[in-house]
Design a protein around this ligand. Sequence first.
Ligand code: PMV
Length: 318
Amino acid sequence: MPVLFKKAPGKIILFGEHAVVYGQPAIAIPVTRVNATVRIFPNLDSDQADIRLQAPDIGIDADLESLPSDHPLETAIRLTMGELQLDRIPPLTLQLTSTIPLSAGMGSSAATAVAIIRALSAYLGKPLPPDVVSALAYEVEKIHHGNPSGIDNNVIAYQQPVYYKREHAIEFLTIEKPTHWLIADTGETTPTLETVSAVQKLLTNDPVGYGDIIQKIGSIVQTARSALIAGDLPGLGQLLDENQRLLEELEVSSTKLDILINAARNAGAAGAKLSGGGRGGNMIALVTEENISAVESALIEAGAKRTITTLLTPREDR
Ligand code: PMV
């Protein structure tokens, strides 16, 4: 039996991906249907190395020292020990499992880091608060993404809907009316680093033209903020579709994403767009209790590999 386990949820960006890298706001929500889980067991056999790391989903069963020093899991552990000012800790096994799809725009890397930091600090008797967990997870995110905006580590560490803007205090959204969201996976994956670099290249070549698109996405997010709080379905639907059109101009959509987005719209979704880095990964659709089954069937028929429903509710309902 583990002596301790901690979870961290997945996340989905509703509005503003890519533009958020350049200082525009973005909105993201936690997705608690999927999560990363870390279990910690003491290693009572003192011959064992200090930390044994087991991550069966990605084929890791190794002593911490044998991992490269820039390995994300190693980094999450080392940063936590550094934050707690510990050089050595009692021998332990840290076991990581996750139901969050990899490289699919659902925050798998940030959730893994958050779960490790939460579990290890709690196991060592010094649980770290969400702001510190988020800051440490951001450092791990840099290994994956190079120049991450910081939205993933924040929405996951705080487990609340966020309106996020780089270098600004994080704003938690107090939802007044629930909305239903359907997430569908294309089954294709493109590393976020690749799509972020592609957008960066477009901006370097045409700073005015693409800068304008980035700004327009920022304006959509500002309008979406109050529409989301109020649960304004037609307003949100239109904003999702506009955001998707601008993401297409940034060349981060894909044929499979376009097929799923159109299938959702045709089956009655109020609006739909890609979510996360793009060129594969997941799309989201805004649905209702009445049409959720029809939209889900249409997405599966159109080739979605997996669907996840998530209900965004006022805080007291969560
Ligand atoms: O693909 P994800 O879930 O890691 O999201 C990437 C979101 C971007 O805005 C494209 C990058 C970022 O760092 O915010």
